[in-house]
Design a protein around this ligand. Structure first.
Ligand SMILES: [Mg+2]
Length: 274
C-alpha cells in the first residue's frame, strides 16, 4: 500500500484509539499512539491474514506484548474488517465488553495471544516461530514490545532461546519511545539501548524511525532476507504521537481526554470539528 494511504489510515486509527478511551472513560492513549504506525504497517501492508478467517492456520501471527496499547490494535482489526458489523462503540474496559483494557484471545476475534502482563511476547512469539518450523509452515510471527517492558527478565529468556534456535521467522519490533508508566526508561535502568543488547544476544538488529512507513516496510523486507537469526527492529517512536498535547507527555501513559481535549485531537487527527 502507498505511504500516503498508510498515513491516512494511521490517522484514522489514532483517532479511533483516542475516541475509544474517551468514550470508555479509561485507557492508555499514549502507548497506543506510539505503536500506531507499526500496527498500521502490519495490518494494512505486511501481515498475511484473512479477516474473514482469523484462525487460518497459515496466517502470520501477531502479539502485542505491550498489551495496554490495545486501543490501536482494536481500531486496526475493526478497520481491517474483523468485526461484522463494524464496531461503532467499543465500550473499552467495560464489564463484559469484547474490548478489554488488555487484549484477550478468548474475548476478541483476531487476537492470537492474550497479553497485558508485561514481558511475555518475545518468548511466546518464539514458541509460535518454533511451531511454524516444526509443522513446515512459512508464516512469520511478529511481536511489538515496549522499551520499558524490556526490564522484564522473561524478554531475555525468550531472546536467548530465539537466537539459539535461529528463529529467522520471528520479527520483534521494539517501540522505543523512551518512556514507561513511571518516568523515563533511562531513569529506571540507565542507558536505553535495546539495539546493543539484542545484538549481543545474537539477533539481526536494525534501528529505524517507527513513524516512517518506508523505513518500517524496508526493515521488514530486510529482516525476511536474513537467514538463521531472529530479527529485532528497534523503532524510535514518540509516545502520544499525533496528538499535540500527548506527545512526549507521560501523563498520557494512562488518561482520559476532556471533551475539549478530545475535540482538539479530532481536529488534529481528522481535521474535523466536534
Ligand atoms: Mg516505552
Amino acid at each position: 500500500m502507498e505511504t500516503k494511504e498508510l498515513q491516512e489510515i494511521a490517522s484514522l486509527l489514532r483517532f479511533e484509539a483516542v475516541r475509544m478511551v474517551y468514550e470508555g472513560g479509561d485507557g492508555h492513549p499514549g502507548p497506543a499512539l506510539s505503536s500506531a504506525d507499526i500496527v498500521t504497517a502490519l495490518y494494512f501492508d505486511i501481515l498475511k491474514i484473512d479477516p474473514a478467517n482469523p484462525d487460518w492456520a497459515d496466517r502470520d501471527r501477531f502479539i502485542l506484548s505491550k498489551g495496554h496499547a490495545c486501543p490501536i490494535w482494536y481500531a486496526a482489526l475493526n478497520e481491517r474488517g474483523y468485526f461484522q458489523p463494524k464496531v461503532e462503540h467499543f465500550h473499552l474496559r467495560q464489564l463484559h465488553s469484547e474490548f478489554q483494557g488488555h487484549p484477550s484471545m478468548k474475548n476478541t476475534r483476531g487476537i492470537d495471544m492474550t497479553t497485558g502482563s508485561l514481558g511475555n511476547g518475545i518468548a511466546i512469539g518464539a514458541g509460535m516461530a518454533i511451531a511454524a518450523k516444526a509443522t513446515g509452515k512459512d508464516y512469520y510471527t511478529y511481536v511489538i514490545c515496549g522499551d520499558g517492558e524490556l526490564q522484564e527478565g522473561l524478554c531475555w529468556e525468550g531472546a536467548n532461546m530465539a537466537a539459539g534456535r535461529g528463529l529467522d521467522n520471528l520479527i520483534v519490533f521494539i517501540d522505543k519511545n523512551g518512556y514507561q508508566s513511571y518516568k523515563t526508561v533511562d531513569y529506571t535502568v540507565g542507558r536505553n539501548n535495546p539495539a546493543e543488547r539484542f545484538m549481543a544476544f545474537g539477533w539481526d538488529v536494525q534501528e529505524i524511525d517507527g513513524h516512517n512507513f518506508d523505513e518500517i516496510k524496508a526493515a521488514v523486507a530486510a529482516a525476511k532476507q536474513n537467514k538463521g537469526k531472529p530479527s529485532c527492529i528497534v523503532c524510535n517512536c514518540v509516545k502520544g504521537k499525533g496528538v499535540s498535547y500527548m506527545e512526549n507527555n507521560n501523563n498520557w501513559h494512562k488518561g482520559v481526554p476532556t471533551k475539549e481535549q478530545f475535540a482538539l485531537a479530532a481536529r488534529e487527527l481528522r481535521g474535523i470539528s466536534l
